[in-house]
Design a protein around this ligand. Structure first.
Ligand SMILES: *[C@@H]1O[C@H](CO)[C@@H](O)[C@H](O)[C@H]1NC(C)=O
Ligand SMILES: *[C@@H]1O[C@H](CO)[C@@H](O)[C@H](O)[C@H]1NC(C)=O
Ligand SMILES: *[C@@H]1O[C@H](CO)[C@@H](O)[C@H](O)[C@H]1NC(C)=O
Ligand SMILES: *[C@@H]1O[C@H](CO)[C@@H](O)[C@H](O)[C@H]1NC(C)=O
Ligand SMILES: *[C@@H]1O[C@H](CO)[C@@H](O)[C@H](O)[C@H]1NC(C)=O
Ligand SMILES: *[C@@H]1O[C@H](CO)[C@@H](O)[C@H](O)[C@H]1NC(C)=O
Ligand SMILES: *[C@@H]1O[C@H](CO)[C@@H](O)[C@H](O)[C@H]1NC(C)=O
Ligand SMILES: *[C@@H]1O[C@H](CO)[C@@H](O)[C@H](O)[C@H]1NC(C)=O
Ligand SMILES: *[C@@H]1O[C@H](CO)[C@@H](O)[C@H](O)[C@H]1NC(C)=O
Ligand SMILES: *[C@@H]1O[C@H](CO)[C@@H](O)[C@H](O)[C@H]1NC(C)=O
Length: 838
C-alpha cells in the first residue's frame, strides 16, 4: 500500500517535472521567460533551480529577477546582475555561449560575457557552470552576488554586494565590510596567535555551519565563526549572506521549512553598521529591534514609508534665519570609521568639539565628543553622517541646524504622565498648577522690575559714558541693543572664529569697530569683567586694542578697533587676486619685528605675564599702514610668572602646525610655547608658505623640516618666497630671520630664546649662533602614549591635505583639566577676527 502510493507520487512528480522543467544540462538556445515563473532549470536532484522570481518586496507593475533558488526553502542564492526586469523579460543561453538577461524592451540588462560555452549545468551545489568541451568557462561560484554557499570558495578579488554595502577578503585574511566601497565599518583579522603571512587565502562555509579560512601557509584551516547551530540537524542548508542592512550573516534553512534563521552576524551591534539609517538617520533600539529616527524635529524623513532612507533638514543651512546653532544629543555618536577617521578625529574637549564645528562655516555639519577617556572629538566635515543613539553610549553629539532647536519629544512621556496622574487626586493637580502659575507671575514681575531699574542705570547713560570712557582708555560697557544698532543687527560678518562670529560696526562717534560675539560662554559675569579689565589695560602699539565689551544676560561681546588690512594669513598665503597686494620684504620684516615686540610685551613687560597660546598668522592683524597687531591675547588663562611650575592648565588651546611639542606631550605650557609658534610664523613670513605644507618640491617633508635642510646646505634663496624674486630683499635680514626662526622652533623649550632676545636677533644687535636642527614632532618620539602621538600626528598631517577644513576649524582646542577656569570657554581661536572683506 505504502509502496504503491509512493510510486504513484513519484510518477506524478516526474510528469509534473517533465512538463515544467528542463533537467540538468541546458543547451544553447534555451530561454526562460519572466511571464512564466513556473518554468525553471533545475539541478540533478532538484535541490536548486534557476528561474524568474518576483522581486521582494513586490512592486507594481511586478518586476522579476533571474535567480538561483534553494528549493527546500526558497532563499535566493544568486541573481543575474542583481537587476530586475519587467514581465516580458527573458533569460537566455545564447548560441554564442553567453548567458543574457534581457529587458522587455529588448535591452540587455546583464550578460555573462562568455564565448564558446557549449553547455550550461546547474549543479546540486547551487553552482551554475558554463563549459566548453574541455573546460569550465564561467561559474556563478566565481561571480557571487550576495551569498556564499557551502563548497563555494571565496577568495581575494571576489566581492559580495548588497545595496551600497560590500564584503571582501584582504590578502592578509582580514574580512572587511564597507559602505559605498569606502567606509570600512568592519575589519576582522585572524586570531593573533595565527602569525603567518598568507599566500592566497580562501574563505569557505562548511555545510555543517563553520566559516573558515584556508591557505597554503596554514596547516589546518582557521575557524572564523561557528554558526550557533553548527553540526546540528540534518538537511539544513547554511549560507553566508550580505544582507541589505549591511550585516554579514550565516543563515540556516531546514529543508521544507520555507524560512531561514540567522545563526551568526559579523557586526554584533546593528547600529554600528555605517549608514544603516541613511544620511542623518539615528539608529537606536526599541524593545527588540534597531530602528531609525531623525536627530530632532528640525529634520524630516526623506521617505516616511522607509525610515532607513535617512533624514534631511527642514530648513537648509543656507537659508537659516539668523546664524546656525548646534543641536545637542546626549548619548549619541556619529559613526567614524576609516578612511574618515584619518581626517575627522581630533583631540579636543567637549566645548571645543561643539564650538569648532559651529564656527567651521559650512565645512562642519556635526560633531561627536567622546567621554570614554580617549579625549577624542569627531568633526564631520561632509554632509553625510550616520548616527547611533543608545543610553549606554558615553558620548555627546552636536548637529548644526537652523534655530530654533526643536528636540524630539521624549518617547514615553505621554504614558508616564498618565500613570502618575492616575494615583493623584484631581484637586492636588489643580492646586499645584495654580500655585506654580502664581509663583511664576510673581517671579516674572520681580525680574521685570529689576531689569527696568538696571536698564535705567546702565542703558540710559551708557552711550555718554561710552565716549567718555573710551577717551580715558578704560573699557566701555555697551548695551546689547547699542551693539545691535551699531552693527545693523549683526549684518556685516567679517569672519567666524573658534567661538563666535565677528561683525563690522560703527559707533555713535563714527569709530569703525569689530564686534566679536562670543559663543558658548559659561563663565560668570564677574570673571568675564575681570578678564576684560586685564585685556584692556594691556596697551602696546603691536597689540589690538580692546575698546569695550557687553555682558548682558547670556550675551558676551567684545568690541575691538577695526583693522583695515585684515590678517597676515590673507596677505601671505592667498593668491594675489584675492589679497590684492603682495607684501614686500620691508613690510614683512616690520611685521615680524612688530609681532615679536607685541609678544615680548605680553611675556615680559606687562604686569601679569600673558601666554598667548595661539600665535598664528590668522591672529596677527594689519592696520592701514601694515603695522602688525597681535589679536586674541589675554583670553587664555593669565599666567603669573611665579606659577609657571605649578600651573594647572585651565584652558589650553592652539592651532595645528603652530603648537609647540609640549602641547602634544602634555607638558607644562610656558611663554616658550608662544616662542615656538612665533618661530613657525616667522618662517612663513619669509617663505610665504605654511610651515606644515608638504609637496613634491619639499621631498614630501613638512616645509619647516625641508627648510632647515636647505639652510644647512646654504640654500637660503630657496627658502625665501619666490614671489619676492623681482623685489629688493635685504638678504642679511632674511638670514637673521631664518636663523631666529630655527632657534624658536627647537624641541626643547629651554633651548628657545626669550622673546626679547628674538627681537634683538631680528634687529641685528646680537650675534646669532648657528641653530641646531629642530626635531620634527612627527619624527622624534615625545613622551606620552603612542596612540596619542600618532593620532595627533595624523591630525597635523591632514591640515594641508584636507580641503574641507577651513582655517577656522583647524583651530585646535585641548580641553583643560580643571574647569573652574576663567578662560575656559572663551574664544581665543578666532582666526579671522577683525578681518575686513575685500
Ligand atoms: C504556476 O503554478 C501554479 C501552481 O503550481 C499555478 O497556480 C500558476 O497558475 C502557474 N503559473 C503559471 C504562469 O503558469
Ligand atoms: C527595462 O525596460 C523598462 C521599459 O521597458 C524600463 O523602464 C526599465 O528601466 C528597463 N530596465 C533596465 C534595467 O534596463
Ligand atoms: C575552453 O575554454 C578554455 C578556457 O576558457 C580555453 O582555454 C579552451 O581553449 C576552450 N576549449 C575549446 C575547445 O574551446
Ligand atoms: C575550493 O577550493 C578547494 C581547495 O582549494 C578545491 O578542492 C575545490 O575544488 C574548490 N571548489 C570550487 C567549487 O572551486
Ligand atoms: C560614494 O562614493 C562615491 C564615489 O567614491 C562618491 O562620489 C560619493 O560622494 C559617495 N557618496 C557619499 C554619500 O558619500
Ligand atoms: C586586520 O584586522 C585586525 C583586527 O582584527 C586589525 O587590527 C588589522 O589592522 C587589520 N589589518 C588590515 C591590513 O586591515
Ligand atoms: C586564539 O587561538 C588560541 C590558540 O589557538 C586560543 O587559545 C584563543 O582562545 C584564540 N582566541 C580567540 C579570540 O579566538
Ligand atoms: C610573528 O612572526 C614574526 C616572524 O615570523 C615575528 O618576528 C613576530 O614577533 C611574530 N609575532 C607574534 C605576535 O608572535
Ligand atoms: C520596534 O521596531 C520595529 C521596526 O521598526 C517594529 O516593527 C516593532 O513593532 C517595534 N517594537 C516595539 C515594541 O516598539
Ligand atoms: C507611503 O505609503 C502610502 C500608502 O502606502 C502612499 O500613499 C504614499 O504615497 C507613500 N509615500 C511615499 C513618499 O512613498
Amino acid at each position: 500500500m505504502y509502496l504503491k502510493t509512493h510510486s504513484l507520487f513519484l510518477t506524478l512528480f516526474f510528469i509534473a517535472a517533465a512538463t515544467t522543467t528542463t533537467i540538468a544540462a541546458i543547451t544553447p538556445g534555451s530561454t526562460l521567460s519572466a511571464s512564466n515563473i513556473n518554468q525553471t532549470w533545475t539541478s540533478q536532484s532538484a535541490t536548486f533551480s534557476l528561474g524568474f522570481v518576483p522581486t521582494n518586496p513586490p512592486t507594481t507593475p511586478p518586476t522579476f529577477i533571474a535567480a538561483i533558488v534553494y528549493s527546500g526553502g526558497s532563499p535566493v542564492v544568486w541573481s543575474a546582475g542583481n537587476s530586475a526586469v519587467d514581465s516580458s523579460g527573458s533569460f537566455q543561453f545564447l548560441q554564442s555561449g553567453s548567458l543574457r538577461l534581457v529587458n522587455g524592451s529588448g535591452a540587455t540588462v546583464w550578460d555573462s560575457g562568455t564565448t564558446g560555452a557549449t553547455s550550461a549545468t546547474l549543479e546540486d551545489t547551487g553552482n551554475l557552470v558554463l563549459s566548453n568541451s574541455t573546460a569550465t568557462v564561467w561559474s556563478t561560484f566565481d561571480q557571487p552576488t550576495d551569498t556564499i554557499l557551502p563548497s563555494q570558495n571565496f577568495s581575494v578579488g571576489n566581492a559580495l554586494r548588497s545595496g551600497s554595502y560590500s564584503f571582501t577578503l584582504l590578502n592578509n585574511g582580514n574580512l572587511t565590510l564597507r559602505w559605498n566601497d569606502s567606509v570600512l565599518y568592519y575589519n576582522q583579522g585572524l586570531n593573533s596567535s595565527v602569525n603567518v603571512s598568507l599566500n592566497k587565502p580562501m574563505l569557505s562555509l562548511q555545510s555543517i555551519g563553520i566559516l573558515q579560512l584556508s591557505d597554503a601557509k596554514l596547516s589546518t584551516p582557521v575557524v572564523v565563526a561557528y554558526s550557533s547551530d553548527y553540526a546540528e540537524g540534518s538537511d539544513v542548508l547554511r549560507v553566508l549572506k550580505l544582507d541589505k542592512d549591511g550585516n554579514l550573516r550565516i543563515y540556516s534553512t531546514s529543508k521544507g521549512s520555507g524560512s531561514s534563521t540567522p545563526r551568526w552576524a559579523a557586526v554584533q551591534d546593528q547600529c554600528d553598521v555605517y549608514a544603516y539609517c541613511g544620511n542623518y538617520g539615528i539608529c537606536s533600539y526599541n524593545d527588540s529591534n534597531p530602528f531609525c529616527g531623525c536627530p530632532s524635529q528640525n529634520f524630516e524623513m526623506v521617505d516616511p514609508n522607509d525610515s532607513r532612507k535617512g533624514c534631511r533638514r527642514k530648513v537648509s543651512l543656507d537659508s537659516c534665519q539668523g546664524s546656525a546653532t548646534m543641536l545637542t544629543m546626549d548619548h549619541a555618536q556619529f559613526l567614524t570609521y576609516p578612511p574618515e577617521s584619518e581626517s575627522q578625529v581630533f583631540f579636543i574637549g567637549i566645548s571645543a568639539c561643539r564650538g569648532n564645528c559651529l564656527s567651521g562655516s559650512g565645512a562642519c555639519f556635526a560633531s561627536t565628543s567622546l567621554s570614554d577617556g580617549t579625549g577624542q572629538c569627531y568633526i564631520k566635515s561632509e554632509d553625510f553622517v550616520s548616527g547611533y543613539h543608545n543610553p549606554a553610549l558615553p558620548s555627546t553629539s552636536y548637529v548644526k541646524v537652523c534655530p530654533p532647536v526643536d528636540p524630539n519629544p521624549p518617547p514615553s512621556l505621554g504614558e508616564t504622565v498618565k500613570e502618575k496622574s492616575r494615583g493623584v487626586p484631581a484637586w492636588v493637580v489643580v492646586v499645584v498648577i495654580v500655585g506654580t502659575l502664581v509663583g511664576l507671575v510673581a517671579l516674572e514681575g520681580g525680574l521685570w522690575i529689576w531689569c527696568c531699574k538696571n536698564n535705567k542705570r546702565l542703558g540710559g547713560l551708557s552711550t555718554q559714558y561710552a565716549l567718555l570712557e573710551y577717551a580715558s582708555g578704560a573699557p566701555v560697557q555697551f548695551s546689547y541693543k547699542e551693539l545691535q544698532r551699531s552693527t545693523k543687527g549683526f549684518k556685516e560678518k567679517l569672519g567666524a572664529g573658534g567661538f563666535g562670529a565677528v561683525y563690522r560696526g560703527v559707533l555713535v562717534n563714527k569709530t569703525v569697530v569689530a564686534v566679536k560675539q562670543l559663543e558658548g560662554i559659561e563663565q560668570g559675569e564677574k570673571q568675564f569683567r575681570m578678564e576684560v579689565a586685564t585685556i584692556s589695560s594691556t596697551h602696546h602699539l603691536n597689540l589690538v586694542r580692546l575698546i569695550g565689551f557687553c555682558s548682558e544676560g547670556r550675551h558676551r561681546l567684545l568690541v575691538y578697533e577695526f583693522m583695515k588690512n585684515s590678517s597676515l594669513d590673507n596677505c601671505l598665503f592667498l593668491s594675489e587676486e584675492h589679497s590684492g597686494k603682495l607684501l614686500n620684504w620691508e613690510h614683512r620684516y616690520n611685521i615680524a619685528l612688530g609681532t615679536a615686540r607685541g609678544i615680548t610685551y605680553l611675556h615680559e613687560e606687562c604686569r601679569d605675564c600673558i601666554v598667548h597660546c595661539d600665535i598664528k598668522p590668522e591672529n596677527i592683524l594689519l592696520d592701514g599702514s601694515y603695522i602688525a597687531k597681535v589679536s586674541d591675547f589675554g583670553l587664555a588663562k593669565l599666567v603669573s610668572p611665579k606659577d609657571h611650575r605649578h600651573r594647572t592648565l585651565t584652558s589650553v588651546r592652539g592651532t595645528r602646525g603652530y603648537l609647540a611639542p609640549e602641547w602634544i606631550a602634555n607638558l607644562p605650557i610656558t611663554s616658550k610655547s608662544d616662542v615656538y609658534s612665533y618661530g613657525m610664523v616667522l618662517l612663513e613670513i619669509v617663505s610665504g608658505r605654511r610651515n606644515f605644507e608638504v609637496s613634491d618640491e619639499t621631498n614630501r617633508k613638512r616645509f619647516s623640516i625641508w627648510a632647515y635642510e636647505e639652510f644647512e646646505k646654504g640654500n637660503i634663496d630657496s627658502i625665501v618666497d619666490k614671489r619676492l624674486a623681482d623685489e629688493e630683499v635685504d638678504m642679511e635680514q632674511v638670514e637673521r630671520a631664518i636663523q631666529a626662526s630655527f632657534w624658536c622652533i627647537q624641541e626643547q623649550p629651554s633651548q628657545r630664546p626669550m622673546m626679547s632676545r628674538v627681537v634683538q636677533m631680528l634687529e641685528g644687535v646680537m650675534e646669532i649662533e648657528k641653530p641646531p636642527a629642530p626635531k620634527s614632532v612627527m619624527e622624534g618620539p615625545v613622551s606620552g602614549t603612542s596612540t596619542f602621538i600618532s593620532s595627533n600626528a595624523s591630525a597635523f598631517s591632514t591640515v594641508a591635505a584636507s580641503p574641507y577644513l577651513p582655517s577656522s576649524s583647524s583651530s585646535f582646542h585641548i580641553s583643560g583639566v580643571s574647569t573652574s577656569a576663567s578662560g575656559k570657554n572663551t574664544d581665543k581661536a578666532t582666526s579671522s577676527l577683525l578681518q575686513s572683506i575685500p
